[in-house]
Each structure stands twice: as structure tokens, then as C-alpha cells.
Design a protein around this ligand. Structure first.
Ligand code: UD1
Length: 425
């Protein structure tokens, strides 16, 4: 077990590059199962979740190799259809092999995932969608067991809520179904658009990309593709918030400002100076204490729930009082108890958090409860007097490639060290 020792006080300055998005790369990797042959994915982030997805694809029969940030996945004619618990429990996103396996093999046994401790994270919409496509789907002995021996057929599916994962699973099943599938109220996250673009490169026929309704005309087979992963808007947003909190000046390269419109608007209202470069990238500078900003998390293009811990941390040191409303995950305020250990003044009432900003926080030992909470706590540590020890750093490793290295390049004092106090996760 390791932890981060964060020494507060530095103002972050310099340039960092953001790599491809975790939440896209994992799904792109799963989508390669839809076509026999070698697919190449570029700008795949060096994070542990990608490592676990590679393990899972190998278990299904694929040959996965990685050189720098390029991952090559050789998918055989016959793939296995069981995603076992010992691999799935490490990575909730492995549920996204369900749709591709069902479409490709007519069968899928995928263990129910574990994943971040941020709420119940049901699968009802995934299951109902696949059933509408003609599959028999049950949950047995901790597995989702799906069968479609005569193949899948096109249909009309309306999602109750624009779930990212359900959209992806249903889409990846529908591309090989017979006839037309119309999926209404789909998620519109840039990572979904990226997946659609990859599937179209593979030969899928999809209309309405980026809108709330996807029309998919099933094809008999798909071909492998060569695709560059969309940049990670959550990592880019994390650096932007870091610039505000530490009153720094950070240039984030390979960032898509158009995927962060609402976030950048909020940060501008908090007082940041933000310039979006013509050929990608942004510069975020801040000289004064940030002003408090109210935020409501919603599916894209709303404010991303994955940046909620960072804005709670930002408001903890801002001038004024802010209300943060979490609409996506019921338990995502769990990490606030850790922030309070640093002296933050936060009151939780259901899915609202009222944050009263303080001039400064004071360093203490805290525990990262999930990827984004971990990053939020590190940012809080950067503006806390003295040292903040962030344990359970493995959560941060799941989503932030070379986080400590990049923090160091920006002038932060953050050291990774063994954690003598923790033996579990
Ligand atoms: C993905 C992202 C995650 C992000 C989230 C919302 C990945 C690997 N993870 O997660 O980082 O925070 O989108 O932007 O891409 N729900 C149901 N039933 C379902 C499906 C979802 O009740 O069948 C609920 C979940 O419990 C949750 C909410 O819907 O409360 C959002 O889930 P969803 O959009 O599916 O998120 P994920 O795909 O799990």
C-alpha cells in the first residue's frame, strides 16, 4: 500500500499534457471484440484500469500488446464469453464487454462488477435494453448471464436516464443486430461520441452521433480499426481546478475546451482567466482567491459528476458559500468526511453540500475513497498548511497517469511513499 505526502503552499505553474480518456479507452478496448483481427488504439492512458481491461480481453482470447500509449488488440475468430469475477471486481467498466460479447458470440457471462464506492450503480437499463434486442438475460450466482442463440434484432429502446454504461452496452450490441435499432435518451458524453466514431470506422452504421437519439442499422460483420482516443476532459478539468486553487498558471495541452464548456464557464465565474488555444489546449491562470461557485452535476453537457470532488475542494478555500448538488451518484459526498479532516466547512443535506470557504486548510492524514475523491483530496492538500497524507493512492492510479510526476513538473511537492498504516484497500 502506498500514500502520497503532499506539502501545501506551492502555486502550480507550467505545462501538462492530458492523454486519452480513461472512460473512452476502456470502452474502445471492449469494442474491438466486435471484429476479428488487429485493432490499434492510440493515446491510451497508462493507468491501472487499462491494465485490468487488457487482462480481461486476454482472458477472452485476445492478444493485447502495449508500446508507449499505443495498444494493439488481436481478436481471434472465436472469443470466450465469460468475464470472471476475479477480473471484473477490479474494474467496474468491464461490464462494457457484455454488449460486444453478446453480439459477437450470442452469449455472455459477465460477473457483476464492484468498482468505485460511490453509490449503488445499477445495471437495470443495460439488462432491459439487451432484452429488448431479443436476448434472454438473468442474474445468476453473481453473474449477468445473457443468451441470444438466434442473434439480436433491431428494436426501439428508450432509456429512463441517459446512462453512459447502458448506452454503450446497448449500442455495441445493436451494431451487429438484424435491422434498425433506435435508442432514445442516450448519454451524449464525448466518450460516447468517441465510441460511435470508432464503431463507424469499424463499419457500423450509426446516425445521430452526439444527439439524444441514436439510430443503428445492424451490419453482418465489422472490421478492425485504428483509432486515437479522445482527450480526457476530467483530467484536463482537474488541472484547471488545480490552477485556480493554487493561484497558479497551467497550460493544459491536448485538452478539448469544447468538451469542458460549462466547467470553464464556472471556473471563469470563480475568477480564473482562461484562454482556449486555437489548435487545442487551454491555459488557466488565477491570481486571487477564487470566488465560491454553485454547481449542479448532470449528464453531459451538464457539469460532470467526476469533477464534483474537485469543485467541493475548490469551494472549501473560496471566498463565499456555495451549494453543490449531486444528481448522478447518491453516495458521492462520502469523501467530504475526509475533506472535513483538513478543516473544510461542509454540511451535507441529502444530495446537496453547502460549502463555506475558508482562507486555508490544514494538512492531515486522509483516505482516497475513489479515483476522483482521491484527486480532489490531493488538490485540497496543495492548499493546506503543512503536510497532507493521502492514503489508498491506488484509486488515483486507476485514472490519472503519472499524476505525481506531472504535479512535480508543475512545482508541487508531492512524494509517493509506502503506507505503513494500511494493509487493506
Ligand atoms: C460512467 C463513468 C463514470 C461517470 C459516469 C457518469 C466510465 C468507466 N465511468 O459510469 O466515471 O461518473 O459515467 O458520467 O465510463 N444507473 C442505474 N441503472 C443502470 C445504469 C445506471 O440505476 O442500468 C444509475 C447509476 O447507479 C448511477 C447513474 O445511473 O447512479 C449513472 O450511471 P452511468 O451513467 O451508467 O455511469 P457509468 O457508466 O457507471
Amino acid at each position: 500500500m502506498e500514500r502520497l505526502r503532499v506539502t501545501g503552499g506551492a502555486s502550480l505553474r507550467g505545462s501538462v499534457r492530458v492523454s486519452g480518456a480513461k472512460n473512452s479507452a476502456l470502452k474502445l478496448m471492449a469494442s474491438t471484440l466486435l471484429a476479428e483481427g488487429n485493432s490499434t488504439l492510440r493515446d491510451v492512458p497508462a493507468i491501472t484500469d487499462v491494465h485490468y481491461m487488457a487482462e480481461l480481453l486476454r482472458r477472452l482470447g485476445a492478444d493485447v500488446t502495449r508500446a508507449d500509449n499505443t495498444v494493439t488488440i488481436g481478436v481471434p475468430d472465436k472469443v470466450a464469453h465469460e468475464a470472471p469475477y476475479e477480473l471484473v471486481r477490479r474494474l467496474r467498466a468491464s461490464i462494457c464487454v457484455l454488449g460486444p460479447l453478446l453480439a459477437r458470440c450470442g452469449a455472455a457471462d459477465v460477473a457483476l462488477p464492484g468498482g468505485d464506492a460511490i453509490g449503488s450503480r445499477g445495471l437495470d437499463m443495460h439488462i432491459a435494453g439487451l432484452q429488448r434486442l431479443g436476448a434472454e438475460v438473468d442474474v445468476e450466482h453473481g453473474y449477468v448471464v445473457a443468451r441470444a442463440p438466434r442473434g439480436l434484432h433491431g428494436t426501439l429502446i428508450g432509456l429512463d436516464f441517459p446512462s453512459v454504461g447502458a448506452t454503450e452496452n446497448i449500442l455495441m450490441a445493436a451494431v451487429l443486430a438484424r435491422g434498425e435499432t433506435v435508442i432514445d435518451n442516450v448519454a451524449r458524453e464525448p466518450e460516447i461520441v468517441d465510441l460511435c466514431e470508432m464503431l463507424i470506422e469499424m463499419g457500423a452504421r450509426i446516425d445521430g452521433v452526439g444527439s439524444s437519439t441514436l439510430r443503428v442499422e445492424g451490419v453482418d460483420r465489422l472490421e478492425p480499426a485504428d483509432h486515437v482516443t479522445v482527450p480526457d476532459r476530467i483530467v484536463a478539468g482537474t488541472w484547471a481546478v488545480a490552477a485556480l486553487m493554487t493561484r497558479g498558471d497551467i497550460t493544459v495541452t491536448n485538452a478539448r475546451a469544447d468538451h469542458l464548456e460549462l466547467v470553464l464557464d464556472k471556473l471563469t465565474r470563480a475568477g480564473a482567466e482562461i484562454e482556449a488555444g486555437a489548435n487545442g489546449g487551454l491555459r488557466v491562470a488565477m491570481s486571487d482567491r477564487p470566488r465560491a461557485i454553485d454547481v449542479v452535476t448532470l449528464p453531459y453537457p451538464g457539469f460532470p459528476t467526476d469533477l464534483q470532488p474537485m469543485v467541493v475542494a475548490l469551494n472549501a478555500v473560496a471566498d463565499g458559500t456555495a451549494m453543490i448538488t449531486e444528481n448522478v451518484y447518491e453516495a458521492r459526498f462520502m469523501f467530504v468526511n475526509e475533506l472535513v479532516r483538513l478543516g473544510a466547512e461542509v454540511r451535507i443535506d441529502g444530495h446537496h453540500a453547502v460549502v463555506r470557504g475558508r482562507e486555508s486548510l490544514s494538512g492531515a492524514p486522509v483516505v482516497a475513497t475513489d479515483i476522483r475523491a482521491g484527486a480532489g483530496l490531493v488538490l485540497a492538500g496543495l492548499v493546506s498548511a503543512g503536510e497532507t497524507l493521502v492514503s489508498a493512492v491506488q484509486h488515483i492510479d486507476r485514472g490519472y497517469p503519472n499524476f505525481v510526476g506531472q504535479l512535480g513538473e508543475l512545482g508541487a511537492e508531492v512524494v509517493r511513499e509506502p503506507d505503513p498504516d494500511r494493509f487493506d484497500d
